[in-house]
Each structure stands twice: as C-alpha cells, then as structure tokens.
Design a protein around this ligand. Sequence first.
Ligand code: NI
Length: 174
Amino acid sequence: MAIRPILTAPDPRLKAVSVAVEKVDGEIRKLAQDMADSMYAADGIGLAAIQIGVAKRVIVMDLDQKTEEGRAKKDWKVFINPKILWASPEMATYEEGCLSVPDIWDDVDRPARVRAEWLDLDGKRVEVEADGMLATCLQHEMDHLEGILFLDHLSRLKRNMAIKKLEKAKKLSA
Ligand code: NI
C-alpha cells in the first residue's frame, strides 16, 4: 500500500497525454493499487494515473456512496486503455469536482450514455454500456488521459476565475 501525492491544477503535468498500457503486468497492478490507496486517502471516487504523475492510460473508480462511517467496502474498479465506442446524443448535466481541482465544483454537460471498452487487471477486455454516474465519471477520468480537466468544459470566464482561485490556494500553501 502506497499513498502518493495528487497533483493539483495548475500543473503542466496534468496536461500530458497519457500513453497506452502495452501489457497488464505486476507493475500495472501495483500502480492501480497505489492509485486506489491514494484515491481513498483523498476521499475521491475516481483517479487517473496522471493525477499521481504517471502518464499511463489507467483509471481507478469507486462510485459507492459514502456513509457516515465511511465506505462500507472498498470495491474499486480499474479501467486500462479505455475507449468510448459510442456516445448518446442526449446529454446529462452533473456537478463535477476533481481531486486535482480542490474546492471547486461546477456543472458539466456530457453524453448521458456511453458504450465503452477497457482492459481489466487480468488484461481481459470488458465492454459495458454505462449511464448515470458511471457514464459521467468515466468520461471525466478519460478526459484526464488526454490532459483535459473538467474546468476545460466551462466558459472561459468561469475557468479563469477557477484558475485564479487555484493559483491563490497554491501560493497560500507554499
Ligand atoms: Ni478529475
């Protein structure tokens, strides 16, 4: 178990385009475990590898709603080399946040349903049609693999205000 620091915006490393995983081996399984540990420690529901500075196409997610006592169980899933095969024309709006964008939440419109494929920790191909939180979170995390933050979906005015707030927070904590 290793909790690794999560990069926060603005940080040029978060803009990197991640590379595909060639082989799902012990190194990738260790990375996924570290990502899950880091995600739980930060109280998040999803994390892309680039958020701990590793530019590989790996995502972990646990959408279980938290209870007062914390999580009932740590039932996380991993998505390696995910691809969107189809996206619905209907959109859905969710208020999004991000471990790399602390203390900022805003509404983002994304396709309401997607069909996606990825590799699991055994290197097996999985294909699922997702809606609701899973569809939104998967698209949010997949954006990270392209160096895109949810802020990039907001108006320029809102994005600039958010970045100023993030820069200020960084200065205060430096
Ligand atoms: Ni995020």
